[in-house]
Design a protein around this ligand. Structure first.
Ligand code: 5GP
Ligand code: ZN
Length: 113
């Protein structure tokens, strides 16, 4: 198995895991872009948003709910935070196992650069 996030899900390689449930695992990004930078990753391998199916609707919702819970635990809820899901080259995706970035602890601009 070559997918790096599948290997983290399967505990074959180390990550700073901060949350796990039946649907997702969350861990610290290895190259953090903010004081809080977590990745919420489904246990199921789905390569990009393009491969999401109707039957993955609960999984997609669980990813967002896990991010909300983690943001609350880190006291980011009031000041705010950003959730990002990149898709393919123009979206800036580099790891082809679906993941949601939770970024917080600084102010982000809009529109993105
Ligand atoms: P993408 O650009 O695909 O949306 O985001 C991939 C993210 O995964 C990047 O922010 C990158 O720093 C992170 N990443 C890549 N490889 C690893 C790894 O082996 N461990 C961890 N914890 N994060 C990784
Ligand atoms: Zn994978």
């Amino acid at each position: 198995m070559t997918c790096i996030f599948c290997r983290i899900v399967n505990k074959e390689i180390q990550a700073d895991i901060v949350y796990e449930d039946d649907w997702v695992i969350a861990f610290a990004d290895i190259h953090p872009q903010a004081a809080t930078h977590l990745l919420i990753v489904p246990r199921k391998h789905i390569s990009t948003i393009n491969q999401l199916q109707e039957q993955d609707a609960e999984l997609a919702g669980r990813m967002i709910l896990a991010a909300k819970k983690l943001a609350h635990e880190r006291k980011l809820s009031e000041n705010g935070y950003r959730l990002v899901m990149n898709c393919n080259a123009d979206g800036g995706q580099t790891v082809f196992h679906l993941h949601l970035h939770l970024l917080g602890g600084r102010r982000f601009g809009w529109p993105p650069g």
